[in-house]
Write a protein that binds this ligand. Structure first.
Ligand SMILES: Nc1ncnc2c1ncn2[C@@H]1O[C@H](COP(=O)(O)OP(=O)(O)O)[C@@H](O)[C@H]1O
Ligand SMILES: [Mg+2]
Length: 272
């Protein structure tokens, strides 16, 4: 309920509480699938414009946590707010919230029958009600931003995995997100294309995008993250600055995980 709101930047939707980079606050989050408790009271904060990297072994609940943030999964307990927006309020306008949250998955989920440009315009027209010319202008700007302006008329199957992921990022950016969620965006890519995707994510971080990133790219986390959170078994085991959590972990579980990830060929000694 704003009376005197600031003037929105041209071409950007103005939505109270969700314009520009938003913070994320997660408090006491619980999620179970039947009797399987996957999230056991997770609390986690991402400041506006900050990057938080979420690390942890497979099955620890990282994807479930990310999916709860934009209500692709409904938590049983706990609270999530994005900016001023209470996502877990049963009355929350979920569609409005989702318009402001970009999500990039391991599998890029592009529409195979649509051109690269159309992939980046369809939601702008359908959801944000932008006219086609405006949507195309914004899409082309974002394709330029990810270095794929010349592929606008191509189709997803003509692109490498890394290029498809860059289109997925351009598509998400075209919705003017206040928050970007990344779930292992480079895990399915050929090694030689990983660097291009990480470079784009580094730029986004430098531009002040709020980002919650599940990744096994420890160098990226070390360089870019304001905070690293190590999850295991549905709980946050350790969190702090990257230099501490990755460089000098306190918890034995974090130490064991990092030695596996950083030295993948090393055979671990059995626990005493
Ligand atoms: N839709 C689902 N139904 C039942 N179990 C699920 C579902 N999604 C995830 N799980 C289970 O929840 C646990 C955590 O999964 P996930 O969040 O994908 O972990 P991570 O991303 O850290 O690998 C796993 O044991 C997984 O099998
Ligand atoms: Mg996962």
């Amino acid at each position: 309920m704003s009376t005197q709101s600031p003037t929105p930047r041209p071409g950007r939707e103005h939505a109270d509480g969700l314009t520009g980079a938003a913070s994320v606050v997660i408090e006491g989050l619980h999620k179970a699938y039947g009797s399987l408790e996957v999230l056991k009271g997770i609390s986690l904060t991402v400041g506006a414009g900050q990057v938080v990297c979420l690390i942890g072994p497979s099955g620890s609940g990282k994807s479930t946590l990310l999916r709860c943030v934009n209500l692709l999964e409904t938590p049983q307990q706990g609270r999530i707010t994005i900016g001023d927006f209470d996502v877990t309020d049963p009355e929350a306008d979920v569609d409005r919230m989702r318009r402001h949250v970009g999500m990039v998955f391991q599998q890029f989920n592009l529409f195979p029958h649509l051109s690269v440009l159309e992939n980046c315009t369809v939601a702008q027209v359908k959801v944000l009600k932008r006219d086609r010319a405006e949507a195309e202008r914004i899409a082309r700007g974002n394709l330029e931003r990810v270095g794929l302006a010349e592929k606008a008329d191509g189709f997803p199957d003509q692109l490498s995995g890394g290029q498809q992921q860059r289109v997925a990022i351009a598509r998400a950016l075209s919705m003017d997100p206040s928050l970007m969620l990344f779930d292992e965006p480079t895990s399915a890519l050929d090694p030689e294309t990983v660097g291009d995707v990480l470079a784009i994510m580094r730029n986004l971080a430098a531009e002040g995008m709020t980002m919650l990133v599940v990744t096994h790219e420890m160098e990226f986390a070390r360089d870019v993250a304001d905070k690293v959170v190590f999850m295991d078994g549905g709980v946050v085991v350790e969190e702090g600055p990257a230099a501490e959590v990755i460089g000098n972990p306190r918890e034995p579980r974090t130490q064991a995980f990092l030695s596996r990830v950083l030295n993948p060929t090393q055979v671990e000694a059995p626990e005493q």
